[in-house]
Design a protein around this ligand. Structure first.
Ligand code: SF4
Length: 762
């Protein structure tokens, strides 16, 4: 293990907290002002507007932010982006540079004492860098030397499973396909990804019940729905353009329910910044009902609701459940109903943290509507029972026949622009046999069949010194993963870590013995191969494959594209490879032809993706076909979670600020919650503050408890907030240190970052 003295967690220091009451509406002019401020600071208004006006437009590039879809056909000339999309572009098109001068001035020990915000603001990395085992300074290295070092190290391993190849959701389909091909040709399925930490519970629960691990709805379905339930999700900050879709749903007569321990302004009132009338009149009230469920009270709420639906169906047979759909399309109905009858309504209501009146209001909406959509995100998936949460939603939709028809279905909203596409391309530690067989046939290779490590397993394997080489295609592994201290120490045990990145982050500072940074092109930048302009493709949250073409000048002439970097590593590592890596990078159509040959749904890929708006991948659940073992949708039995914690403890959930996208901290404000210039805050219900004798802005420390294990994060200021009693909210990555590595969701292994038992001390 290297002996560099680097800080794995952000400094536990305060900035300059200013707390105001949260605003009553989201977006509107403040969002425009904030977007322009970020653009002007990083790029300058004129250059910035040139770039941003190409984002999410036909012929332009895909937003590197979240995976919310663009309209299928017409795009707004005023801009198809949100405030946070603008911030994402400001970050990647910044004029600041991390170059040789930068690294000769700053060593990694010094930089690791910076906040993640400061590290991220350093700018774009301009050339490859290498840090030797006995050094704490990065030095420039040529691409040839960098590839050669990586190839040599990989070839020296006793076993290909001593390497892990991580992917973040920024990676394009083309790069992801090449990357997994390389890993498998090399001989391992160690392909952990960011999906393991977010929507893995959705994929697992949906695959089991509906036969596809993706959502079933389209944007048009949301517009047409009679009832959209937004549960465990904060679209105002994390998927802002979703608010426009919710507004359309409202305009068409639909109702919206928001279920969240924190009452978020985003789902309350939305002001469309492109509509002057709305700006003047004060916007659209989105929520018809807000339900302040306690953290992990979702299954209890859904079960109590199901009991009320069952009662209504028994009172008025045939008016609540869709029996025709259930009989034709579903399995396990009788067993499910039998179990449901055994559930106690009073216990379920109590465990949800709600009143019976609130549960009945929600149930009444579900009883009376026929076209229902559930949207969700990490608030549901990052629990021990994350898979069960998703399955209980499916139970409701199946009873209502609300799947496989317009205006109805499942909508797990993905947080990173191509996280769904990367999985489609085969970035998965548990690949299906049919996929591997096709891959082998297409490339004449023998892919390993043994399953690889997911993210949590990779960290444990690093700790056990089973993983010696860790390569990261994008992302910020150290700040994204749970149990920061444990993960950082595990990472330091690796012999070589490689980061393929656009910007500096903490994962470049907490490294293995040797570390290499390979800088790549960003989405908005022109990708020329052999003098010819290339484009890549991505898949959004609703399964649309679309073209993304950057046309702006790269931040440095020394940058390579992600596909070219994969090819460079593959060519130096796989000396006997029969794969023509060079041909693939000279013309990305070649990569897409291979994808078409291996993955179903990509017929005529190159021609269809060139059409405006791209094309939809097949989706059985969307068309009412369920590719489960029985070819039917499956009702599941999901026990009530046992949320037992010590009487003096709270349940903490990690959250993002409004100036944050995953681990990227764009700024120090959380405008929608009225919090400014500070990230070390702890949202607490005023009644809990009173009960425990805490004052506003009092400094406290957090200790998490998991079995006999404890972990600590110091220095947070208490903010009185509209959050469910007994619950706390605090930002990640600052609180990732409190998430135990072994506290994960059953089946999906997703870290339980939304249920951390903590004590609060002064
Ligand atoms: S909603 Fe998501 S994809 Fe759309 S502009 Fe905003 S961050 Fe980008």
């Amino acid at each position: 293990m290297n002996t560099r003295k680097v800080s794995i967690v952000p400094p536990e220091e305060f900035s300059n907290l200013k707390f105001q009451p949260a605003p009553e509406s989201s977006v509107g002019l403040p969002a425009v002002t904030s977007a322009m401020k970020h653009i002007s600071e990083e790029i300058g208004i004129i250059d910035g507007l040139k770039v941003i006006n190409k984002m999410n437009q036909h012929g332009g590039f895909d937003c590197p932010g979240c995976a919310w879809p663009d309209p299928d056909h017409e795009r707004s000339a005023l801009g198809e982006y949100c405030e946070n999309g603008a911030k994402a572009i400001a970050e990647e098109a910044t004029k600041k540079r991390v170059n040789t001068d930068f690294f000769s001035t700053h060593n990694v020990e010094e930089m690791s004492d910076w906040s993640d915000y400061q590290i991220g603001k350093s700018g774009r990395i301009t050339e490859p860098f290498y840090m030797a085992k006995d050094s704490s300074h990065y030095q420039p290295i040529s691409w040839e030397e960098a590839f050669s070092k990586i190839g040599k190290k990989l070839k020296s391993l006793d076993n290909p499973n001593e390497a892990a190849f991580y992917t973040s959701g920024r990676t394009s389909n083309e790069a992801a396909f090449m990357y997994q091909l390389f890993a498998r040709e090399f001989g391992t399925n160690n392909l952990p990804d960011c999906s393991n930490m977010c929507h893995e519970s959705s994929g697992t629960g949906l695959s089991k019940t509906l036969g596809i691990g993706k959502g079933s709805v389209t944007l048009e379905d949301i517009h047409q729905s009679e009832l959209v339930v937004v549960i465990g999700q904060n679209p105002g900050t994390n998927h802002p353009r979703m608010l426009m879709a919710l507004e359309k749903c409202k305009q068409n007569g639909g109702a919206i329910v928001s279920i969240n321990p924190i009452h978020e302004v985003g789902t309350n009132v939305f002001i469309d910044p492109q509509n002057p009338l709305k700006i003047l009149k004060g916007g659209t009230k989105l929520e018809d009902l807000y339900i302040q469920v306690k953290i992990n009270g979702d299954v209890a709420l859904l079960k109590a609701t199901l009991l009320l639906m069952l009662k209504a169906e028994e009172d008025r047979p045939g008016t609540v459940f869709d029996h025709d759909f259930i009989e034709r399309k579903c399995d396990n109905y009788q067993e499910f109903i039998h179990h449901l009858r055994e559930s106690d309504f009073g216990t379920c209501v109590q465990e949800s943290g709600l009143t019976e009146i609130e549960v009945r209001q929600f149930a009444d909406l579900l009883i009376s509507k026929k076209k229902i959509i559930f949207c969700w995100a990490m608030g549901l998936t990052q629990h021990e029972n994350g898979v069960e949460n998703v399955q209980e939603i499916v139970n409701i939709l199946l009873l209502k026949g609300s799947i496989g028809k317009p205006g109805a279905g499942t909508c797990p909203v993905r947080g990173h622009s191509n996280v769904q596409g990367d999985r489609t391309m085969g970035i998965w530690e548990k690949p299906k046999e049919a996929f591997l067989a096709k891959l082998d046939e297409q490339f004449g290779i023998s892919s390993p069949r043994k399953h690889g490590f997911d993210t949590v397993e990779t960290i444990r394997a690093m700790d056990a010194e089973q993983i010696k080489v860790f390569i990261s295609m994008g992302g910020n592994f150290i700040s994204a993963t749970p149990d920061s201290q444990f993960t950082g120490e595990a990472m330091k045990k690796c012999e070589l870590t490689v980061q393929i990145s656009t910007k500096l982050n903490r994962s470049h500072l907490v490294t293995g013995d040797e570390a290499i940074i390979l800088p790549c092109l960003s989405r908005s930048e022109s990708d020329l191969q052999n003098g010819k302009q290339q484009f890549v493709t991505t898949e959004n949250s609703m399964g649309v494959i679309q073209k993304s073409e950057g046309t702006f000048e790269p931040a440095s002439p020394q940058l390579l594209s992600e596909p070219a970097i994969v090819a460079g590593i593959a060519q130096t590592t796989l000396s006997k490879s029969k794969t023509n890596w060079q041909e693939m990078i000279l013309n990305y159509d070649t990569i897409r032809n291979h994808i078409e040959a291996v993955i179903p749904g990509f017929e005529n890929y190159n021609s269809r993706v060139r059409k405006k708006g791209g094309f939809y991948l097949p989706n059985g659940a969307r068309s009412g076909e369920f590719n489960t073992e029985s070819q039917k949708a499956v009702f599941t039995i999901n026990p009530l979670p046992k949320n037992t914690i010590d009487a003096n403890h709270f349940v903490l959930m990690t959250i993002r600020s409004h100036d944050q996208f995953n681990t990227t901290i764009y700024g120090m404000h959380d405008r929608y919650r009225g919090i400014h210039n500070e990230r070390r805050v702890l949202l607490m219900n005023p009644k809990d503050m009173q009960k425990h004798g805490f004052e506003k802005e009092q400094v406290v420390h957090l200790t998490s408890h998991y079995g006999k294990e404890t972990r600590e994060a110091r220095n947070f200021k208490i903010i009185p907030y509209n959050i469910a009693k007994g619950c706390l909210g605090a930002y990640f990555p600052e609180t990732n240190v409190l998430v135990p590595i072994n506290h994960v969701a059953r089946e999906s292994n997703t870290p339980a970052s939304k249920f951390i038992a903590v004590s609060v001390s002064t």
